[in-house]
Design a protein around this ligand. Structure first.
Ligand SMILES: NC(=O)c1ccc[n+]([C@@H]2O[C@H](COP(=O)([O-])OP(=O)(O)OC[C@H]3O[C@@H](n4cnc5c(N)ncnc54)[C@H](OP(=O)(O)O)[C@@H]3O)[C@@H](O)[C@H]2O)c1
Length: 336
């Protein structure tokens, strides 16, 4: 598998990153996945055998259990891996068990290190913006963690353009560690970040890490127009969905993915992931899998490359309505 630089750092990560959100199965996360240790060991070693060197989790996934399982599954391989986790979500009932305060960040980092069974985190990401904590406080706490050797790089996830740009300029002005990546929802059914966050990431040299690249399983071919929905899958019940999108549009995209996949003797899933690897700024696509069959399918994504014409067809089919001021700026730029 090819590697790419992790944003503007000198570290190289595999084009596919393995996301461990399906590990464990506690509380809210039960519906996402319940992969236990033995199967996780197999998934992690399969990913590593296929040259994946990048793994992502979060302190909140299955209430910390995902980190524990991933840490054990990596075992002695940990040193060869770029290990990413996140902080920000609620980790306990107390008033300070949430957010991006200095207290919660430092306590959470120590707890993550323990669960992961490691003494450093390669990429420590803030899981989303915290409107209640000054960015200066957050960035200084993250900077301290890097200086202490507990964290190597820091990243952001689920920020708006202004929040992210403000954070980067505070880091620059105060000589603090800077976010090197943006982990964001990005797929053929969710291209919203192309308005603001992609141009920002290119300008600021952040590596984009798409999450839910298959729309939670929708872009795999198991959801088709007029066909019964699969049972026991994350999107089995359309009324209980975290990811909301127009499925009718999605069905058209799946139909086109099927044609493109056919040109390459590939699967619909591989085509959906392959598309994202052709998009500017993407450092690594975070894949999720509930079992070995899914993982093996997804790992074959990098065996082939979608052509620019195929990418253009999907671009056209999946483009979102241009909102102001982007349509106006696009029009003005044509005159220059
Ligand atoms: N920063 C954030 O806020 C955030 C949010 C979400 C995720 N993430 C990260 O992104 C990673 C991936 O997210 P995701 O799990 O939502 O990604 P996804 O690729 O959109 O969905 C993965 C799910 O799709 C189904 N699937 C995957 N491959 C398949 C295949 N080949 N054939 C059929 N079905 C398949 C499986 O669910 P079913 O079998 O149930 O259909 C699998 O759990 C997570 O592990 C996490 O690390 C981050």
């Amino acid at each position: 598998m090819k590697t790419r630089f992790l944003g503007n750092t000198g570290v190289r990560v595999s084009e596919l990153c393995f996301g461990a959100m399906t590990f464990g199965g506690k509380g809210y996360w039960t519906g996402v996945g319940q992969v236990q240790q033995k199967e996780a060991d197999d998934l992690v070693s399969t990913a590593i055998e296929n040259e994946v060197n990048f793994f992502d989790t979060a302190d909140v996934y299955s209430e910390g259990w995902s980190e524990e399982i991933l840490g054990k599954a990596l075992g002695s391989k940990r040193k060869e891996i770029i290990l990413a986790t996140k902080v920000r979500g609620r980790t306990g009932p107390g008033p300070n068990d949430i957010g991006l305060s200095r207290k919660h960040i430092i306590d959470s980092c120590n707890a993550s290190l323990k669960r992961l069974g490691t003494d450093y985190i390669d990429l420590y990401q803030v899981h989303s913006f915290d409107p209640r904590t000054p960015l200066e406080e957050t960035l200084r706490a993250l900077d301290d963690l890097v200086r202490d050797g507990k964290v190597r790089y820091i990243g952001a996830s689920n920020f708006t353009g202004w929040q992210l740009m403000k954070a980067l300029s505070i880091s620059d002005r105060q000589n603090l560690e800077r976010f090197v990546t943006l982990q964001a929802l990005y797929s053929l059914i969710a291209r919203d970040l192309e308005n603001e966050l992609v141009p920002l990431s290119l300008d600021q040299k952040l590596g984009i890490l798409p999450w839910s690249p298959l729309g939670g399983g929708f872009l795999t071919g198991k959801y088709r127009r007029g066909k019964p929905r699969p049972e026991g899958a994350r999107r089995s019940d359309p009324t209980k969905q975290f990811l909301q999108f127009d499925e009718e549009r999605g069905f058209d995209i799946v139909d086109e993915l099927e044609k493109i996949a056919g040109n390459h003797k590939a699967t619909i899933t591989q085509a959906a992931l392959n598309y994202l690897l052709r998009k500017p700024g993407v450092a690594s696509v975070i894949i999720g899998a509930k079992n070995k069959e899914q993982l093996t399918d997804n790992l074959k994504t990098t065996d082939w490359e979608m052509t620019p014409e195929e990418v253009a067809r999907l671009d056209e089919l999946s483009k979102l309505p241009r909102v102001y001021p982007y349509w106006m700026l696009e029009r003005m730029a044509q005159d220059r």
